[in-house]
Ligand binder design. Structure first.
Ligand SMILES: NC(=O)c1ccc[n+]([C@@H]2O[C@H](COP(=O)([O-])OP(=O)(O)OC[C@H]3O[C@@H](n4cnc5c(N)ncnc54)[C@H](O)[C@@H]3O)[C@@H](O)[C@H]2O)c1
Length: 336
């Protein structure tokens, strides 16, 4: 299939590019490099004997995107392009509504104009806000508590309406905490700034920072720190390819993507210590506003409906691949 990967120079998008190309799809990447890396594009297909075309552009550039979709004969879009910093979205909501919602709406319009009728959309557990219960199933009410989550919820609503009105077929994938790197060590996580727990712990492990902060040690959890669900990026992108293959016109659904296991912040730090063999310094800090104590996915729906299976259910494997990448991957931003 001819697939446009919007945001394909980013962390998850570049892993999706690699998996799609390996699976024999013809991939075009659209990314404005606001947070992605040109070198991640090269690395995403290295050693595969095939490449993906890279187009430097913004999903909101409607005419250019419509032309791109038509000229390349694109049949499906995987849409990863978004800003992802929750804290920044609280400080500057306009930036998030404009890029994440208006940009997505423009992309949907371009798809309609170019008669591209299949979409896989990157959504997030943040649409659930403070969940009523865990594990979280897809039918739980949406009550996002920050502009990032709200911008994603708004895109979900637009997608559902585009399906019933214009025949779009879609899969909405709501990720929990994505972590790890490609097991072959070719690509990995390189956010700037990095706010995700595992790479931040690895920065402390490797001496790039002095210590890892734990925000809140008095939550009602087994050791007082927040519990989160970590999913290997490779398992996540495999779910995208599976979902893409099952999209039918005029309809779609949402799937949670998590490991269905919860780990406390302290347990993640201990695992990183074990895998790296390093002594990791910890600084205990007060709770941050808006951090739910426990977020664990139920991914039963995608397992049962699409037969999705995780290859890397162990937190240790996630950390090992992230650590391999962390040690090798400081070269990411250098030209390949
Ligand atoms: N990383 C996670 O744990 C996580 C969890 C839940 C959801 N998500 C979602 O997954 C998607 C990918 O996240 P990521 O961690 O790979 O982030 P990332 O920042 O590494 O990748 C996003 C990419 O999109 C590009 N981009 C942003 N706005 C654009 C625009 N308007 N036009 C073109 N390109 C644009 C950026 O340059 C970047 O390469 C996002 O939509 C995010 O909301 C991520």
């Amino acid at each position: 299939m001819k697939v446009l990967v919007a945001g394909g120079a980013g962390y998850i998008g570049s892993h999706a590019v690699r998996t799609l190309v390996k699976a024999g799809h013809n991939v075009t990447i659209l990314d404005d490099l606001s947070h992605g890396h040109r070198s991640a594009v090269e690395r995403a297909t290295s050693g595969l004997g095939k490449t993906a075309e890279f187009v430097d552009g913004n999903v909101a550039d409607r005419d250019a995107v419509t032309r791109l979709l038509r000229d390349r004969g694109i049949e499906a879009v995987m849409h990863f392009a978004a800003y992802i910093e929750v804290g920044e979205s609280v400080q500057d909501p306009e930036k998030y509504y404009r890029n994440n919602f208006c940009g997505s709406l423009s992309l949907l319009q371009s798809m309609r104009e170019a008669s591209v009728s299949k979409l896989v959309f990157s959504s997030t557990a943040a649409v659930y806000g403070n969940p009523l219960s865990t594990p979280i199933i897809e039918d739980q009410p949406h009550a996002p508590i920050n502009p990032y989550g709200k911008s994603k919820m708004m895109v979900e609503l637009a997608i559902e309406d585009f399906a019933s009105a214009y025949g779009l077929g879609y899969a909405i994938l709501r990720y929990f905490n994505v972590a790890g790197a490609s097991p072959d060590g070719v690509i990995g996580e390189a956010h700037e700034p990095e706010s995700h727990l595992i790479p931040r712990i690895l920065e402390a492990a490797s001496g790039q920072t002095d210590a890892i902060g734990i925000y809140g040690t008095d939550y009602p959890t087994r050791d007082g720190t927040c519990v989160r669900d970590y999913i290997h990026v490779e398992d996540l992108v495999n779910a995208h390819v599976l979902a893409l293959e099952h999209i039918r016109p005029r309809t779609g659904t949402a799937y949670n993507l998590g490991s269905e296991q919860g780990f406390t912040v302290r347990e993640v730090i201990e695992t990183c210590g074990r895998v790296t063999g390093r002594n990791i310094q910890v600084v205990e800090k007060p709770r941050r506003a808006g951090d739910p104590p426990v977020l664990i996915a139920s991914s039963a729906k995608i397992r049962e409906q699409l037969g999705w299976q995780r290859q890397y259910p162990d937190l240790e494997a996630i950390v090992r691949h992230a650590w391999n990448w962390h040690q090798a991957g400081s070269a990411l931003r250098k030209p390949v």
